[in-house]
Design a binder for this molecule. Structure first.
Ligand code: GUN
Length: 284
């Protein structure tokens, strides 16, 4: 069996067309969804990410502001800036790009963002809302994975999903989202003793480790659905995921490529969250 590749770019375009349409409808009511992106320091990868986020806003008709600060910024000043954005009615979403410089307490900074504007879904209130099934913003990458799963003819109910990775940004929220869809969920991580024994039982595998070849063909049950959240470089410097795509493609039923799978969905879900934050203000 050769797996069907799931095209994250195509799905992204479809969802972004809907974002553009709903944004235009909101503008008629006098509201332009606005995202504030804060970058502290000069991390090269972060600079690319924030540039892409700002561009995506412009492409879909959202307003955005990018605030760049030197890595010498002190935390109190950053917290003041976040509070000003919390009070700013033209801003519906606030995103502080991670990682932050070492002198800052990233969690304390995230907790300063109003949960109503926490479009990254990293605030403890957002995490609690996801855990308890209350309304709140979901972290963009696992949310994008759920949209990918919704885009294929596949019912998660009763299926065994194995999530590899336990970060607050991907692994843990991913597990909760799969659970909400009635999957049986296992979370594997660096201390898991026999990863292959786990993945061989999986109907769905989500690999979110940040390391090449964590999932190889011999670890996958025939017909499994495989989502690859990894973003790594191979020996030739080319982008690759956590999954050995060439091998696993022969075993799985559906698979996301890297690049062009989960990646484009992350920014798309950021746009969706920002739009929804703005829509909520129009309803209140
Ligand atoms: N750094 C890496 N990924 C992310 C993300 O999704 N949001 C933020 N704020 N920082 C990140």
């Amino acid at each position: 069996m050769t797996a069907q590749r799931i095209d994250g770019n195509a799905l992204s375009l479809k969802l972004r067309a809907d974002v553009s349409r709903r944004t235009a409808a909101l503008k008629v009511k006098g509201i332009t969804p606005g995202l504030a992106v804060i970058l502290v320091g000069e991390n090269p990868a972060s600079q690319v990410y924030v540039r892409n986020k700002v561009k995506a806003c412009a492409d879909s008709g959202l307003h955005s502001v990018l605030e760049k600060y030197p890595d010498t910024l002190n935390e109190a000043d950053l917290l003041d800036r976040i509070e000003a954005l919390n009070q700013d009615d033209s801003i519906h979403g606030i995103l502080v790009q991670l990682p932050l410089p070492a002198q800052m307490d990233a969690q304390r900074v995230i907790e300063a963002i109003s949960p109503a504007k926490d479009v990254d879904g990293f605030h403890i209130a957002s995490a609690g809302a996801l855990m308890t099934g209350m309304p709140g913003f979901w972290p963009c990458t696992p949310y994008g994975c759920m949209k990918i799963l919704e885009s294929i003819p596949y019912d998660l109910k009763g299926k065994h999903a194995v999530v590899i990775g336990r970060s607050n940004i991907v692994g843990k929220p991913m597990a909760l989202m799969l659970l909400k869809k009635n999957a049986t969920v296992t979370i594997c991580h660096s201390a898991t003793q026999d990863l292959k024994a786990m993945t061989l039982q999986a109907d769905v595998i989500v690999a979110a480790v940040g390391q090449r070849n964590v999932v190889t063909a011999d670890m996958v049950k025939p017909g499994a659905v495989v989502l690859d959240v990894g973003m790594n470089r191979n020996d030739e410097g080319k982008l690759c995921g956590d999954v050995d795509f060439v091998g696993v493609e022969q075993i799985a039923s559906y698979i996301t490529p890297v690049p062009g799978g989960v990646g484009p969905m992350t920014i798309t879900m950021l746009l969706v969250n920002t739009l929804e934050a703005a829509e909520r203000t129009s309803q209140s």
